[in-house]
Ligand binder design. Structure first.
Ligand SMILES: Cc1cc2nc3c(=O)[nH]c(=O)nc-3n(C[C@H](O)[C@H](O)[C@H](O)COP(=O)(O)OP(=O)(O)OC[C@H]3O[C@@H](n4cnc5c(N)ncnc54)[C@H](O)[C@@H]3O)c2cc1C
Length: 410
């Protein structure tokens, strides 16, 4: 007899593990295949800073034990300015968080197979009917979900995702102790998540300091190899080299030390989504990619996409004669565009425009942000074009020309 399930999920990240939790709660027979070993999980995939917000914790029932530190503010910094927004947040212990999602899913009835590296789809009559893992092992399912993040072996093979190397953002982070969170001349970062725009430390991207309690913080940076990277980056400096340069030159780290074994690195693609689903198949999380293009919020977005996939699977599997064609699964596409990542396209162009701007323009942007009320700022963050227009200045014309040229060349 074939080894078979209602749903196969490849990858136990936030997206896949949440999809499995929801399907197990609805009593479906679901198996999650995860490439890492159970005894070290998550090791390589423990890649994220884990900055998130209360709606994620409440929506998905995440316990305080998975949170390293609760925060009160979000700070946006440029080379010479800063802007502080009162906004509750949480910095997760990403490893503990992933472990919680897995254990909770198992308690709800999901089957987990660790040490199970998915390599390719099993096809019958041009449709995926199962997956091959660890070389020759096979498992079959009515619906298959690729949640393997950027590796995406199934979504790529089926042509559902076309993750472009040129759109890949790479990130590195250290956890530090001895950080001076309230240095004169800088924003007070006590109980804050801070994002910094500046091509000196993160050419073509941004860097961050997330307070994790006491004098400890997660400190990292990421960038995409875009035009600003080509313009501002030192050719020989690696992403690790950029982080070291920041640690060596910013007075907030003059007495800081790295906490042993607490280093995280990874990548995600900042681009438009692919086709999201096809017959018997859905792609979720960073496989799509679902991550917010502007600020890199991928955890909540990924989990919401996992939930949307579970809802679509439920709708297909409930009838006495279930059908799982692309048309049946198109509910997932609809939910993705309306609930999971609304305005993804406008946030993509906002991100592209933002990372093309100069350090001086970042300073003037932060000065302007300090003059807007909370309602206007919320509209800007939600992609409202009229609100964003208030941020534009006459000398942005050359930036817009550069942006349009870039759009036509890609
Ligand atoms: C340095 C860094 C910092 C970040 N900081 C934040 C942040 O502060 N806040 C935020 O919201 N987001 C952040 N993100 C983004 C966020 O971590 C991701 O968007 C999120 O983890 C995506 O979840 P996912 O489940 O789609 O994929 P992943 O987290 O990539 O999980 C994929 C899972 O699949 C497994 N896998 C991979 N290949 C295979 C295979 N072939 N077979 C079986 N299993 C496989 C992996 O081991 C992993 O467990 C950060 C990302 C990075 C790299």
């Amino acid at each position: 007899m074939n080894d078979s399930f209602d749903v196969i999920v490849a990858g136990a990240g936030p997206a896949g593990a949440q999809c499995a939790r929801d399907l197990a709660t609805r009593q479906y027979d679901v198996v999650v295949l995860e490439t890492e070993s159970e005894d070290v999980f998550p090791r390589q995939s423990n890649k994220s800073t884990g900055g998130t917000f209360p709606p994620m914790l409440a929506t998905f029932g995440i316990p305080d034990e998975a949170v390293m530190h609760f925060t009160d503010t979000v700070v946006v910094e440029s080379p010479n300015e800063h802007f502080t927004l009162k906004q509750a947040g949480a910095v997760l212990d990403f490893g503990a968080f992933k472990t919680y999602l897995v254990e909770d899913g198992q308690q709800k009835g999901a089957t987990y197979r660790f040490d199970a590296r998915v390599s390719k789809p099993i096809m019958e009559s041009s449709e995926i009917v199962g997956v091959q893992y660890n070389g020759s092992k096979k498992v079959y399912g009515d619906i298959i979900v690729d949640a393997t993040g950027p590796s995406a072996p199934l979504a790529k093979a089926l042509g559902v995702s076309d993750l472009k190397r040129t759109q890949q953002a790479i990130g590195i982070e250290y956890e530090l102790e001895g950080v001076d969170l309230d240095t004169a001349g800088y924003a007070n970062l006590t109980n804050a998540m801070m994002l910094r725009l500046g091509h000196d430390y993160a050419p073509g991207g941004y860097s961050w300091i997330f307070h994790t309690g006491g004098d400890t913080a997660k400190v990292g940076l990421c960038y995409i190899q875009n035009e600003s990277y080509q313009r501002y980056a030192e050719t020989r400096r690696t992403v690790d080299g950029y982080l070291q340069q920041w640690l060596d030159t910013d007075p907030r780290f003059s007495t800081a030390d790295r906490i042993e074994g607490r280093q995280h690195r990874g990548s995600a693609h900042i681009q438009a989504p692919g086709s999201l689903s096809t017959d018997n198949f859905m792609a979720i999380g960073d496989t799509v990619p679902t991550i917010d293009p502007l600020w890199g919020e991928g955890i909540q977005k990924g989990m919401r996409s996992g939930r949307a996939a579970a809802i679509a699977a439920d709708q297909c599997l409930i009838p006495s004669e279930p059908t799982t064609t692309a048309e049946d699964l198109s509910l997932y596409n609809e939910l993705w565009h309306t609930e999971v990542a609304p305005g993804h396209d406008s946030r993509l162009w906002m991100a592209e425009l933002l990372y093309l701007a100069s350090n001086d323009r970042y300073d003037s942007l932060i000065r302007d942000l300090n003059h807007f009320d909370a309602a206007t700022l919320r509209k800007m963050n939600n992609g409202n074009k009229l609100a964003i227009a208030k941020l534009l200045r006459f000398d942005d014309l050359s930036l817009l020309v550069q942006f349009v040229k870039h759009q036509f060349s890609t």
